[in-house]
Design a protein around this ligand. Structure first.
Ligand SMILES: C[S@@+](CC[C@H](N)C(=O)[O-])C[C@H]1O[C@@H](n2cnc3c(N)ncnc32)[C@H](O)[C@@H]1O
Length: 386
């Protein structure tokens, strides 16, 4: 039976039978082996591992499992797949099922789905370096293929309906940790921030936008209260010399804002985030990607989205409300408005899942992650208004 936490260790790559009893029952959420050390151990400790034989029981199990699933170990590539236990619980990769990992990145989700018995996984990423990692996986795993594409174009990438599509949106550790990609305000690099092919770099934006446009971008996508001051400082400085390097821009922002902000948060954080989101049109991509995903899910197929930023999560929440036929709540004092169109999705389990303290301690970058999931209920591919 499963070892205790200390026996497993916190960082080793262990092959653990999560639910040995469930292997005999193909319809339960967890089965097979995951190279993920501690995923689900607390579930087993709490005794929730009994086979769930009906859809209702599976849902109940999902609800119970999610808040308790741990994710404390790296995958084989030295990367932490965020909320991996909850992702697997939501996707329920029973053998024979087909999945799309719309944000392949380091391949953590793809590997876990394959290890859990998926018949096929298609990994999608717009970043050629992530696609290279995907090719390496495809070379050793015939059930996997990788496509270099934006997930906004998912409808062109996926031909047949699939049983699950997962998005883990935003920037990867691989991208953040490579100074030459220009995402980081901690290490010097070219002010680039393109994940893949994109028309403009971050340097193009800071050197070319009007001051008011720049302020609006930093406020809207970075939710930066000091956006005007930052935009003004950038425009003053670029008159002498255009920005080409990340640290140069970060230093100007730090000098403008001083040390007054939240302790431990670099003053350049929000501006860098805004620039990255603008360069890669991240919100536009997400909206197109979610619509495309709904059109490619088989009835009963699952859509799982992990986001890190309140703007992304708000978009996801609105999208799911609209796609599940639930109308936005105008005011809690007024009766809800009638749903305007037929539901394409039905909500699954809890509305939002967040990493627990143990996962955040093991991987601080997971701290703002939020997972939402829904299941496809109809077959018409109508565009969903967000
Ligand atoms: C947070 S990482 C995903 C990590 C992955 N789940 C894992 O376990 O390794 C996000 C990845 O999505 C990719 N990405 C972001 N936006 C994208 C888009 N619009 N289309 C395709 N890939 C995108 C990034 O290039 C990055 O590799």
């Amino acid at each position: 039976m499963l070892a205790g936490r200390q026996e497993l260790g916190l960082t080793g790559q262990h092959w653990v039978h999560l639910c040995p009893v469930n292997v005999k029952e193909p319809h339960v959420p967890f089965h097979g082996q995951y190279p993920l050390g501690l995923v689900g151990t607390s579930v087993l400790e709490k005794g929730n591992h009994r086979a769930a034989s009906t859809k209702h029981q599976q849902e109940k199990l999902w609800e119970k499992v999610i808040p308790k699933v741990d994710n404390l170990t790296m995958d084989n590539s030295g990367h932490y797949p965020v909320l991996i236990g909850a992702v697997l619980a939501a996707l329920q990769p029973v053998s024979g099922s087909r999945f799309v990992d719309a944000t392949f990145g380091g391949g953590g989700y793809s590997r876990a789905l394959l290890d859990a018995g998926a018949a096929t996984v298609v990994g999608v990423d717009r970043d050629p370096t992530a696609v290279e990692r995907g090719r390496a996986l495809a070379a050793e795993e015939a059930r996997f293929r990788v496509v270099e594409a934006c997930f906004g174009d998912l409808a062109d990438v996926v031909d047949d309906p699939v049983d699950g599509i997962v998005f883990d949106v935003g920037v990867s550790s691989f991208q953040l940790d490579a100074p030459e990609r220009g995402f980081s305000f901690r290490a010097d690099g070219p002010l680039d921030m393109r994940m893949g092919a994109a028309p403009r770099t971050a340097a193009d934006l800071v050197n070319e936008l009007q001051e008011a446009e720049l302020a609006d971008l930093i406020k809207r996508l970075g939710e930066e209260p000091q956006a005007r001051r930052i935009a003004h400082a950038i425009v003053q400085r670029r008159r002498q010399r255009p920005f080409t390097r990340t640290l140069d821009l970060a230093d100007v922002i730090r000098a403008t804002l001083g040390r007054g902000g939240k302790p431990g948060i670099d003053p350049a954080t929000r501006t860098f985030q805004a620039l990255r989101m603008a360069v890669n049109d991240e919100l536009g991509e997400l909206e197109r990607g979610l619509n495309a995903a709904v059109s490619r899910l088989a009835v009963g197929g699952r859509l799982v989205i992990v986001s890190f930023h309140s703007l992304e999560d708000r978009l996801v929440k609105r999208f799911l409300r609209s796609a599940t036929g639930e109308t936005p709540q105008v005011s809690r004092h007024r009766p809800p408005v009638e749903a305007s169109s037929a539901a394409l999705l039905e909500p699954m389990g809890r509305r939002v899942v967040r990493p627990d303290g143990a996962e955040i301690a093991a991987n601080p970058r997971a701290r703002s992650a939020r997972l939402r999931a829904a299941r496809r209920v109809a077959t018409d591919g109508t565009e969903v208004a967000t």
